[in-house]
Ligand binder design. Sequence first.
Ligand code: SAM
Ligand code: SF4
Length: 326
Amino acid sequence: MIDQFGRRVEYLRISVTDKCNLRCVYCMPMEGLPWLKREEILSYEEIEQIVRTMAGMGLRRVRITGGEPLVRRDLPDLIRMISAIPEIEDLSLSTNAVLLEDQAEALRSAGVQRLNVSLDSLRADRVDAISRRPGSYPAIMAGLDAAERAGFAPIKINVVLIRGQNDDEIADFAEITRKRPWHIRFIELMPTGANLDLSAKQFVSCDEALRRVEAIDALEPVAGPFGNGPARYYRFPNAPGTVGVITPMSHNYCDRCNRMRLTADGHLRPCLFGSIQTNLRDPLRAGEDLVPHIVHTLQIKPERHYLIQGSDVGSGGLVALSQTGG
Ligand code: SAM
Ligand code: SF4
């Protein structure tokens, strides 16, 4: 699958639910969102059919995301179904880890190879405040321990930077990479309909984060752990882990974009932002061939995103990344 700008697309992020057990301040509004109806959501069989079709067209890597994917029942069943597709070489999962303790082992044996965990602070009170769900911190930590016990490696930790809420912990996060084989990735806050005030006033660039990390010790650029993405990685001398930065706002990486997204209700999105998407669910349910719909979506993949800090102009009506999987 090659788009009109010569980019090879071989990676699909699949949102299996729009629901979430947290309400992160940069993502979902406190009151939640109008949830999709049950019948609008793709079944596991439907997701499998879409992945099989795309695998025949060049898809090689899949990430399961949400909302929070672990709130969807029997997720290991879907993992097993996708793992059985021979062309899929890499299957990973993004989670907030609140429900991971009980599921880590089953997910690993079903075929999840790699995990990304969102953790925006190392302090319990701050995790409670940012996730707006008191008590989530111990569950997340237990989930991370269970993931290590289940043999997940590498473990990537995603930290969305928010001025005044966690930017004073940049050095603490970086220090962890000297002790544990964790890959800490600082992410720049992206504006969506639900977070315009926050993203305008509390944005922290990854250049600033890197300056603060470099003040601790020398950092050398490294290839980083195996992955699909746009992160750039650095390492302290002899550290088991790495520090990564994901810079959608300050240095966009759209020219290297290798992905599309499938929403929980079966829309194929060629870009995280903007309003372009193709309904695959209705043609699938009507028994149509999906290939022309997928080819069309690839052809209209935009050259880049047009996000502007403090404005929802570029997000194309997107209220929260939980709607598209991030
Ligand atoms: N619930 C899972 C989680 O939090 O990892 C998966 C879905 S979440 C939408 C995927 C990623 O998007 C998370 O790392 C989250 O921190 C990130 N994210 C959500 N909203 C964001 C925003 N406005 N700017 C930057 N990253 C965001
Ligand atoms: Fe839920 Fe993930 Fe969004 Fe936080 S970032 S509200 S955990 S979907």
